[in-house]
Design a protein around this ligand. Sequence first.
Ligand code: F6R
Length: 605
Amino acid sequence: MCGIVGYLGSRDPKDIIIEGLSKLEYRGYDSAGVAIFNENQLVRVRAEGKLSQLKQKIQDLNLTFTGPSGIGHTRWATHGRPSEHNAHPHSSGPIMLVHNGIIENYLELKKELMGKGYQFESDTDSEVVAHLINDRWKQYGNLLTAIKKVLPELKGAFSIVVLNQENPNELVAFKDGPPLILGLGQNEYFLVSDVAASLAYTSRYIYLDDREIVRVTPEGYAVFSESGVRLSKTVTEVAWSADQVEKRGFRHYMLKEIYEQARSVAHCLEPFLDREQFRLKPMMEWSSVEGVHIVACGTSFYAGIYGQYLMEILGGIPCRVDVASEFRYRDPVLSPGTLVLAISQSGETADTLGAVRLAKAQGSPVVSICNVKQSSLDRESDVTFYMNCGPEIGVASTKAFTATLVLLNLLAMDLARYRKRLNADLEFQMLRRLLELPSQIEVVLAYDKYFQDAADALKRYRGFLFLGRHVLYPIAMEGALKLKELSYLHAEGYPAGEMKHGPLALIDEQMAVVVLAPQDDLYEKTLSNLQEVKARGAKVIAVGTLEDEQLKSLSDRYLSIPKVPWNINPILAVIPLQLMAYHLACSLGHDVDQPRNLAKSVTVE
Ligand code: F6R
């Protein structure tokens, strides 16, 4: 939610900042803006809409920037509608800042500042911080001191980078909640929301912790605690390369990421395989675990529901799953011995972090599945299992989902082995099946043309139901989510057995029904549900195993996946759904990498 870039160095700050913002646009794309020094003058340019509008405006104005510093922002609106006057950077006197997050007590602060005569030009909460810093700066004459005074007054979630018109050679930034990362180049510094923004220039980063302040000048950087104590911070070498955040010839990041799944699944498996013994390496200590409680949001939540089946079926212990935003506000009761398992691609989702903090406060151990190393979730968890699937830029999550399903298999196997429910033979068979996954994913991807044809046929429908049973039920919900977030059409995922309890009433010739019916123990039951919707006039698209003639004869369109065991079916069955959603959205002319109203990495609640 909102991407920020600050730069101090000898390169052209405009190029660095615009390029950085283009890598962060997935975090918000309602408006964008920069403030960059030119001959000691701070010049601000802002534009409503996507970053391309800002670039055009800078070009039209024929502006040059000499540096040495600047800040930029791409916005996902919280307070104040998307418009130029609400776009960042916000200013007050010589102070200019960019903000990611929400200032919860902004109304109170605004009142106080208005009382002192400050005039507001936007409807945002962020502008309050600019005036507040200006106010304290006037008092103390030093930006760092001003920020130290302001930080205790702010409530909410924020990461903020500040420039002062009076001193082009200084950037000060601070955070509480959303990520803020300091990139260390050769005599140059980057302050970014995500390393993707500056990977082309450096792989060395410092991850700021909450309520820390960093000051950057040409002489170096210094990190301080809120109380002003100078801190020594670890420099992390980031293994991701700049090339990984490019589209590499694909039309969209999402398509590239769907196609990366064979490789990403293999990368995700690798660290946990003992190839000599052909066994799963021990993953974690289960002796005190009597139950598992999974917390996550969106696609990661659906992965969590799949995980619930595995933990109970393979592991034989109770498992619950919660949407993190519900869990954290309902006084959940976590019995002793409950392990909390948080799932998050970004590791920065505010509600998932809130749920984890609550669980920790209640004394529960927290294990997480996460893609971004050094993210807040990674740092706050007792143990993290990495998805290892490389940067995911497309707003709709794809490769992180399949990697998570693989990790959930491994964790459930590890638990089952500890609880003596997985003998060596079964362990061998399950591992073999997981190792075959990359080539089976390639097989499914090779059918993309059929998924595109199916998507074409779906264009005339106004509503969609996705049906599945057992471990395919979360896949039905994930398929519906992908379709609605990209196509802006109504879609619901349902357990196939629930249809006659209400949703059958929705069926008419405007409704398409996607039925997940690969061969498993509940195949016959799913087929009966399919007949029920078919009998009521729905158009049926079925996903089944190989050339399933019976299923084919009952469906209007048939999409095939290889024959695999029940726990693997979901990992393959989701791919046609991802691709159908992708193609449908493309043919409707929507921007699949940046769907309307959404942003990746939801750092506000
Ligand atoms: C949907 C999607 C979102 C995310 C959700 C959680 O395609 O991407 O629903 O899954 O915002 O994000 P993470 O996994 O980063 O916590």
